[in-house]
Design a protein around this ligand. Sequence first.
Ligand code: ATP
Ligand code: MG
Length: 496
Amino acid sequence: MSGTLLIVDDDAVQRRLLEAMARRFGYEPIVMDGGEQAVELLSQPDRGGVDLMLLDLVMPDLDGFAVLERLKKAGIDVPVVVQTANGSIDTIISAMRAGAADFVVKPVGPERFQVSVRNALRARELEGEVRRIGKRQSNRLSFDDIQTRSETMQAALHLGRRAASSNIPVLLEGETGTGKDVFARAIHASSERAGKPFVAVNCGAIPANLVESVLFGHERGAFTGATEKHAGKFVEAHGGTLFLDEVGDLPPEAQVKLLRVLQDGEVDPVGGKKAVRVDIRVVSATNQSLIDKVKQGSFREDLYYRLGVFPVGIPPLRQRASDIRMLARLFLARFAAEEGRPVRSIAPAALALLENYPWPGNVRQLENAVFRAVVLAENSELTTAEFPQIASALGVSSELTMPAVPEPEKPAQPPVPAKNIVRGLALTKPDGHVRPLEEIERDVISHALNHYEGQMTEIARRLGIGRSTLYRKLSDLNLTDTPCGAPDTTPPEAAA
Ligand SMILES: Nc1ncnc2c1ncn2[C@@H]1O[C@H](COP(=O)(O)OP(=O)(O)OP(=O)(O)O)[C@@H](O)[C@H]1O
Ligand SMILES: [Mg+2]
């Protein structure tokens, strides 16, 4: 797991100890010596990028309890693990009541540290997921719920936010499974129409002869089978947002009628005598190039210009490789909880596999792949063996992953510099003789695997070797599927 840890302690020795431990387990530490500073950082809009705070309870300026209280008052929601010197039950209970997620007793050992931090981060991830699902069902899913580390996606979200504040028709363009649906809901939820209906229509899924009636409604008896009057999606969405999914699939007659509704703000139900006024905001989506359809003559140019006033391109997952591991972990946490399976992490080699796959089905395909892997998993960690389709699509055995697509966008977070490699690596054995080269190489590579969380491109670059050489060495040294933080990948000073 990765993340940014804010370490707050007035004792310099403790700070150094925790900082080193955080780095060792692959977290990015921010270190502070007092509570005031910490509250200030966490009060920033992005909470200073902090994923978790390790907070000392006894400090001279603002103590741990006061920090917790201030955060609560300000509605700042960040998981906190408190450190206590005495471990008295009363202190611990008070801290947990004040909002701490967990506690550790000083001086904390590496194992307790890792377990406590990991659990608190995981619980947070899960809470976020549960909130998102609930919000999606109640149409309150906002842009803040769409998590991304990719700049291209952030740019798209920025456009979406801007569009949401006006009534401008938005056209979402993106491959299947990129999140157009999620995006459309976020636009609605972030707009003034949030409390009003959000009505989604999949234009490609309605039989051609029923499109008009479904969209615009019909009077009783308008056609054979029309036994009841039907309002139609436009009327249903009155006051709110109408999401026209796969709008490129609308048949020509429906396109004409849609254009008229958009121009006049009125719908004519099939077989009806009177037009009905509607107040709607239209968001449409397409996974095919609409302009190409215009060129081919299957989509009306005038309608294209009406719908596509504000186009937003949602990048495919392969162009936002930095999102793959984040989403994979998110889905892992969700499915493990939903399925009640004790799966907790993804092995570095499996993450590398996921990051190298081109994901033609985008986020939905990744979601399904992780779901399947969670169900298949026999251990607490997902390995390449749980992603057999992905492995075979990449043309490799699921024991070993090979790069198959262009370089990913860039690593999610710049990994911390590996300061302790040479310092901690023993060159001689206790008997005074030099250690075999292969052993030293193994130590260096497993350290790098752990340190860069299995980001193969980065590891190869740092080690100054090609990726294929790296994969070969992993195989030769039997290092495939070694998990982060497992005993055989602990830093060399521990292994030596
Ligand atoms: N940023 C995200 N975080 C979490 N889940 C996401 C994200 N983006 C997409 N998803 C999930 O991926 C799946 C596909 O998303 P969505 O249905 O929005 O895609 P789409 O672009 O509308 O696909 P299609 O073109 O096939 O209709 C959904 O289950 C959605 O919840
Ligand atoms: Mg969709």
